[in-house]
Design a protein around this ligand. Structure first.
Ligand code: FES
Length: 121
């Protein structure tokens, strides 16, 4: 199995790792395939994501996709961020091995859950 340079970079140097205390939205998702979990925290101002952090208990692909997801979502409106899907994240990382595509569900789904919690407030 081969990972792209971007996957290896985001795995070795993940962006936006951590938590946001009193976040405007928090989403936690578990992967039914492997049992791994990812949580995404967002801070929102005037309908736009101004800060985003993640924590994951997952594989290299889960870490890299969560890192890239936070980069894609930062600065976006909530509607724009809701449109970010697993394929967008995988494409931004120059692809994932097919057997690892399920890992990219975690971050995208956790982002969507965080946005939905924020919207429900
Ligand atoms: Fe579980 Fe990748 S193997 S998220």
């Amino acid at each position: 199995m081969e990972y792209s340079e971007k996957v290896l970079d985001h795995f070795a140097n993940p962006r936006n790792v951590g938590e946001i205390s009193d976040a405007d939205g928090v989403g936690t998702v578990g992967n039914p395939t492997c049992g791994d979990m990812t949580t995404v925290y967002i801070r929102v101002k005037d309908g736009r994501i101004t800060d985003i952090k993640f924590k994951t208990f997952g594989c290299a692909a889960a870490i890299a996709t969560a890192s890239m997801t936070t980069e894609l979502a930062l600065g976006k409106t909530l509607d724009e961020a809701l449109a970010i899907g697993r394929n967008d994240v995988a494409d931004a990382l120059d692809g994932l091995p097919p057997v690892k595509m399920h890992c990219s569900n975690l971050a995208a789904d956790a982002l969507h859950a965080a946005i939905e919690e924020c919207m429900a407030k």
